[in-house]
Design a protein. Structure first.
Length: 121
């Protein structure tokens, strides 16, 4: 059963009522203190910021590689909080590999350009 609360804009609350009740967790008089505490904690969690290191200049794929390497290691040892460790590590690893491929390609192109410039016609 849905919550019976009518919100200030005139719409009905879409949450499900708590067991044997007419109202949801947020609107029930019985759970008001817990609902307020949950809201307070949720607001605090959003305001948490971490300083993970000094600012870095990112101008080329090699810089991204270094940043991803540091981030992956901090995530791995628990210095960066995460809700989905496998997903976070996978995502960072993908970015690292893409940067690796680009920096490797840049290095190879630079070497080829140098060889071409050194060829005497």
């Amino acid at each position: 059963m849905k919550c019976h609360k009518t919100k200030s804009d005139g719409t009905k609350c879409q949450a499900y009522a708590i067991h044997n009740g007419k109202y949801c967790f947020r609107h029930s008089v019985d759970t008001k203190p817990e609902a307020l505490e949950a809201s307070s904690k949720g607001g605090e969690a959003k305001r948490q910021y971490l300083c993970l290191g000094k600012p870095m200049k990112i101008k080329k794929p090699e810089d991204i590689k270094r940043l991803m390497e540091k981030s992956i290691n901090k995530l791995w040892i628990g210095e960066i909080p995460m809700s989905n460790p496998a997903g976070s590590l996978g995502y960072l690893a993908k970015i690292f590999l893409e940067a690796y491929e680009k920096s490797d390609l840049e290095t190879r192109i630079a070497e080829l350009e140098e060889k071409i410039n050194n060829i005497k016609i």
